[in-house]
Design a protein around this ligand. Structure first.
Ligand code: TYD
Length: 132
């Protein structure tokens, strides 16, 4: 699959719920960076692809839509629960739309920030994933 939705494992006891993912069990890469998206302003975000970066997105509160595109297929994934992480693989155009006011997104990344890994033009993305 060109993207994956990964379940966290829930451990419940009298004190409440604990949700966990670890390398090889719900977390497909080692994490070198994380960031949080919040205080959305009714504006969509993303509009780029990465050449080599893997990311996992978790919606910790509220809901939003991830629009993914691999050059051939498009998919809209609704994230509305922190039990599920969305694995966005390299060479995937992503846009984030329709955030709820209370939305908080946690993103785990396989590499430190590198602007050279971004493709920020959709036309450039298409010619990169589907060279003629
Ligand atoms: P960007 O990746 O364009 O945000 P989004 O895809 O969510 O719309 O990043 C927005 C700005 O933040 C841009 O100037 C780059 C900077 N940035 C960092 O400095 N470090 C990071 O880890 C990330 C993700 C972004």
């Amino acid at each position: 699959m060109w993207y994956e939705v990964c379940d966290l494992k829930r451990i419940t006891d009298l004190r409440g719920d604990l949700y966990v993912s670890e390398l090889g069990a719900g977390l497909p890469f080692a994490v070198k960076r994380f960031y949080i998206l919040t205080s959305f302003n009714k504006q969509a975000r993303g509009f780029h692809a990465h050449k080599a970066l893997h990311q996992m997105a978790y919606c910790l509160q509220g809901h939003c839509e991830f629009h993914l595109d691999n050059g051939d297929q498009r998919e809209v994934i609704h994230l509305n629960a922190y039990e599920k992480g969305l694995h966005i693989k390299p060479a995937t155009w992503r846009e984030m739309h329709n955030f709820s006011n209370d939305c908080i997104i946690l993103v785990l990344a396989s590499e430190v920030y590198d602007e050279a890994d971004y493709i920020r033009s959709y036309d450039e993305f298409l010619s990169w994933v589907k060279p003629t």
